[in-house]
Design a protein around this ligand. Structure first.
Ligand code: CP
Length: 320
């Protein structure tokens, strides 16, 4: 079977395939009755060792709409609190014959580690500062829908400039999005205070900025990220007020981007810090709620694709 640990393991044609599969679920989810028995009889376990609203709920909704039995394991109420190791927890879930396990964990690499100890597909719902692949896929789908509304028909992002601004250092969303956007042909600019910019971003083809106004100049898409205070390790960062002044997306600042630049944010937002409400809630620019909608469709597609082998169909990448 195949797992979904990171965008780094996906070829461009595989990203496009997941997005194409997700399209059918966008329409499906807009119907009044949204239930299929495609995954009937399968058991999906969502094991979340970190907090989540969007990712956990959308994976749960995705599995249920596909007819699977979905079980959520909240680490705070589990035997992890009694000292059980991650691998023993993984073996326990495996012994219950899960057909897919969705995992969020605070440590980079933890989800890949678990994947090596279970027999079913593992989907990464965010691991530390490493990757959040379904976030990048849903962002790509939401962006493609927004571009179509603006009359652009290309299936990829060739010629597009995307500025990602915020706590790049700690952001698995940034990492997965850089890989996904570049695979789809976009140019990626990264903007952060010096303490929150990883070293060597030029080596992965991204352009670093510390001046937000310069990073915004002519950008087609602006993706804002929150400060991940829970992952700070003594880095010097400005106060929230200072941060808004330097790196907050205000209406005035957005005017420096291209005329109808698209605004994105993976959530959760810190309104009035990295983004102002009048930008976040502007339906002509912000696609933040579309991102959430696309999240359910993308997660349905990922669960469908990765459980094909369990359903007796050729696995992903087999029989092509
Ligand atoms: N974007 C995102 O992963 O949100 P949650 O932490 O609420 O899942």
């Amino acid at each position: 079977h195949r797992d979904l640990i990171g965008i780094s393991a996906l070829e461009r044609h595989e990203i496009l395939y997941v997005l194409a599969e997700a399209e059918q679920y966008v329409e499906f989810n807009r119907q009044a009755a949204k239930h299929t028995d495609r995954l009937s009889g399968l058991t999906i376990i969502n094991a979340f060792f970190e907090n989540s609203t969007r990712t956990l709920l959308s994976f749960e909704i995705a599995g249920k709409r596909l007819g699977a039995d979905v079980i959520n394991m909240h680490a705070a109420q589990s035997s992890v609190k009694k000292g059980e190791t991650l691998i023993d927890t993984a073996r326990t879930l495996n012994a219950m014959r899960a057909d897919a396990i969705v995992i969020r964990h605070g440590s980079s690499g933890a989800v890949g580690l678990i994947a090596g100890h279970v027999d079913c597909p593992v989907l990464n719902a965010g691991d530390g500062q490493h990757e959040h692949p379904t976030q990048a896929l849903l962002d790509a789908l939401a962006l493609r829908h927004a571009l179509r509304k603006r009359g652009q028909t290309s299936e990829d992002f060739t010629g597009l400039t995307v500025t990602i601004c915020g706590d790049i250092l700690h952001s698995r969303v940034a990492r997965s999005n850089i890989l996904c956007l570049q695979a789809m042909g976009a140019s990626v600019r990264l903007c952060a205070p010096p303490a929150l910019m990883p070293t060597g971003v030029e080596q992965i083809g991204a352009e670093p900025f510390h001046d937000f106004d310069k990073a915004l100049d002519g950008a087609d898409v602006v993706m804002m990220l929150r400060l991940q205070n829970e992952r700070m390790d003594g880095q010097f960062i400005p106060s929230p007020r200072e941060y808004r002044h330097l790196y907050g997306l205000t209406k005035e600042r957005l005017a420096k981007a291209s005329a109808d630049a698209i605004v994105m944010h993976p959530g959760p937002m810190n309104r009035g810090v990295e983004i102002d409400s009048d930008v976040a809630d502007d339906p002509s620019r912000s696609i933040i709620t579309d991102q959430v909608e696309m999240g359910v469709a993308v997660r349905m597609a990922c669960l469908d694709i990765l459980t094909r082998k369990a359903r007796g169909e050729p696995g992903w990448g087999e029989g092509e």
